[in-house]
Ligand binder design. Structure first.
Ligand SMILES: C[S@@+](CC[C@H](N)C(=O)[O-])C[C@H]1O[C@@H](n2cnc3c(N)ncnc32)[C@H](O)[C@@H]1O
Length: 313
């Protein structure tokens, strides 16, 4: 008889308790299992340092951007939005927001594209940095308001019918709000929001823009959906441009992508995610295009991507 692993037993126990007890269960686990919390703490510290070393001239430069983020209007706006709505709005974790902010400040991108806006946490962090840069535009694609129009198969893949970092029903925007509702008016002049599914809208947008400097995927987290967006965005990414994806641990799309492209990659942030089968550390990773783009100089190496069906894995 096969003895189930400890993590399997822990997961089964976690899955069976009512959802309102899960945050407490998580905290208890880390209190009773200090090794796990220290290991997560170390992972977080290591990924922060590696990120700073990769993108910034010095740790001090990165820390200055962190401090700038703390002083910006972003934390206050998020706190206020959270107070006003009982529903969670924090889809991007704080570490991710700080790093999006620092990356945009440092790279000074002209065009940033993101898919998956929801309330607009990552959107807000990117726009705040573009505003300080006084340069660049963020183009976002989101279909949150069209959920009711989707057929059953699409709904099955809409966040794969599971909560995204929060409770059931979280795919619905709070109180019928619009995607990115937390972005204040003074940050909207550098923002263009395209309503629709990335599978349909992303090819048009990228064709129109030609070249982009930063791409953030945070929409459909199925393997096919992620690979479709990664492949397409990569073709349009400028030399030295960066592609970012949260939730890379949910399937092997990101690993497949970077191994196929032999692309340089690393962790943008590590945080803790707790729900159902995804209870555990969550990784947000980046892939960076070489500063001198070898792919574009070799015409036949370029991979042409046709829109793929989203209904798999
Ligand atoms: C994780 S949330 C985005 C969170 C956002 N980046 C933030 O920081 O707050 C995922 C978003 O992707 C969109 N989405 C979910 N499933 C999708 C699908 N199958 N196709 C396209 N978009 C989808 C949802 O509308 C939702 O707004």
């Amino acid at each position: 008889m096969q003895v189930p692993s400890l993590s399997r037993v822990r997961r089964a126990a976690y899955t069976s308790v009512p959802s309102w007890t899960k945050p407490l269960a998580t905290r208890c686990f880390y209190t009773l299992h200090p090794g796990a919390s220290w290991s997560l703490y170390e992972q977080k510290a290591r990924s922060r340092e590696a990120f700073a070393d990769r993108f910034f001239d010095s740790r001090a430069e990165f820390e200055a951007y962190e401090a700038e983020f703390e002083q910006s209007q972003v934390p206050g706006l998020l706190y206020q939005a959270w107070q006003e709505h009982s529903q969670p709005i924090y889809d991007s974790h704080k570490e991710e927001c700080v790093r999006y902010y620092a990356l945009v400040r440092k790279l000074r991108p002209t065009s940033v594209v993101e898919t998956g806006v929801y309330s607009g946490v990552s959107t807000l962090a990117v726009l705040a940095a573009l505003s300080v840069n006084d340069h660049g535009t963020l183009y976002s694609i989101d279909c949150s308001t069209q959920f009711d129009e989707f057929d059953d198969d699409t709904k099955r893949h809409y966040e794969r019918r599971r909560p995204s970092c929060c409770e059931d029903g979280s795919h619905l925007l709070p109180g019928g709000k619009q995607p990115g509702w937390i972005v204040p008016d003074d940050l909207r002049d550098r923002w263009q929001l395209v309503a629709g599914r990335p599978q349909r809208e992303l090819p048009h947008l990228l064709e129109e823009l030609g070249e982009i400097d930063l791409f953030v995927h945070d929409s459909e987290h199925s393997k096919t959906g992620m690979l479709f967006e990664f492949d397409l965005a990569w073709e349009h990414l400028s030399p030295g441009g960066v592609l970012v994806s949260p939730h890379v641990g949910w399937n092997d799309a990101f690993d497949t992508f970077i191994s196929d492209r032999a692309a340089e990659s690393g962790e943008l942030a590590v945080h803790y995610v707790h729900f159902d089968e995804y209870d555990g550390p969550g990784w947000c990773r980046y892939a960076r295009k070489p500063a001198v783009d070898r792919e574009r100089t070799s015409a036949h190496q370029s991979v042409k991507t046709a829109p793929k069906s989203v209904a798999d894995d």
